[in-house]
Design a protein around this ligand. Structure first.
Ligand code: NAP
Length: 299
């Protein structure tokens, strides 16, 4: 058996096209331009790359992009003043602070300061609570992206056994909640789970978000399962000195022999994250203006 490769890069490009169409309509019909503000504290090189990618894709779909680059020694009070100003700005519909922030700042406090209606990363306690209670909020971008890929691949997921490996607030917990909303029977596994391979073998839908390269082997996978690989581990490239290579949590070559469909790393889940950030910004903009939400871009 050779599994289908779930092409997240192509799917994300389609999502961005869809968003761009909605943005054009918002501008033409209502004179509204959705706006995303990104705050970067300090000069972490990886964060600068992510922020640049977010800016580029925000502009490409026709949204307004507001970048706030603050020095690494910015105090909590000064950062909060910037967030407060963005919370009050009606041209800003989404706000995110790029993590990690320098050690003297508290990430939970930073997220809590952002208006939940503009928390397009979906990381606040308010949005986590809304998701857990089945109410409307903004959903963390990577799980939302995985949900979109799964819906596209499987359609109705009702009654399926889903196993999520990883229980972080950023990914594992919201992913579990989303699969529950799809009427899956959900297991969230973690480092203390007994006999993890046996638990995973139950899964019609297996989602791995751990950060341990190629941990999930062929004999962990139920034949015909759909496998979503969220993990990212960077290793030195075996053939290109000085370059690095990304590995997922799933042994891709092995999974391809057992599963029905698998996301590759890179090119699977990764591209969906920024696409869903833009989707959340569009959703937040529509809600702020009392307009109908775009279909297919929310949980
Ligand atoms: P995290 O906060 O470090 O959580 C990792 C989870 O994996 C924890 O729940 C941990 O269990 C569990 N775990 C660790 N070792 C394990 C083991 N041996 N067996 C079973 N479970 C184990 O990480 P995260 O933020 O959720 O991210 C997970 C991975 O996804 C990382 O590689 C990250 O880079 C990647 N990621 C990718 C994207 C993307 O855009 N593609 C977005 C987000 C995250 P305990 O809770 O028991 O410690």
């Amino acid at each position: 058996m050779t599994a289908t490769v779930i092409d997240g890069k192509a799917f994300a490009a389609g999502v961005r096209e869809d968003i761009a169409t909605h943005v054009t309509r918002l501008k033409d019909d209502h004179g509204i331009t959705p706006g995303l503000a990104v705050i970067l504290v300090g000069a972490d090189p990886a964060s600068e790359v992510y922020v640049a990618a977010k800016h580029k894709q925000t502009v490409e779909v026709g949204m307004a992009s507001f970048e706030h680059k603050l020095p690494g020694d910015t105090s909590e009070a000064d950062l909060f003043a910037v967030i407060d100003q963005l919370n009050a700005d009606p041209t800003v519909h989404g706000i995110l602070c790029q993590f990690p922030v320098p050690d003297h700042l508290n990430e939970r406090a930073v997220v809590a300061r952002i208006d939940p209606a503009k928390d397009v990363d979906g990381l606040s306690v308010v949005n986590a609570g809304l998701l857990a209670s089945g109410e409307t909020g903004l959903v963390s971008c990577t799980p939302l992206g995985c949900l979109m890929l799964l819906r596209d691949q499987l359609g109705n997921m009702s009654g399926k056994e889903a196993v999520v490996i990883g229980r972080s607030n950023l990914f594992g917990k919201p992913m579990g909640q989303l699969l529950l909303q799809e009427n899956c029977t959900v297991t969230i596994a973690h480092s203390r789970t007994a006999d993890l391979p046996e638990v995973c073998r139950r899964a019609d839908i297996l989602v791995a978000a751990v950060g341990r390269a190629e941990m999930v082997k062929a004999d962990w996978i139920k034949p015909g399962a759909t496998v979503i690989d969220v993990g990212i581990t960077r290793i030195p490239h075996p053939e290109k000195p000085g370059k690095s290579k990304l590995l997922g949590d799933v042994d891709y070559a092995e999974a391809m022999t057992v599963a029905n469909a698998v996301t590759p790393v890179p090119g699977g889940v990764g591209p969906m994250t920024i696409a869903c950030l833009l989707a959340n910004t569009l959703t937040a903009c529509c809600r702020a203006n009392g307009l109908a939400e775009p279909e297919g871009l929310t949980a």
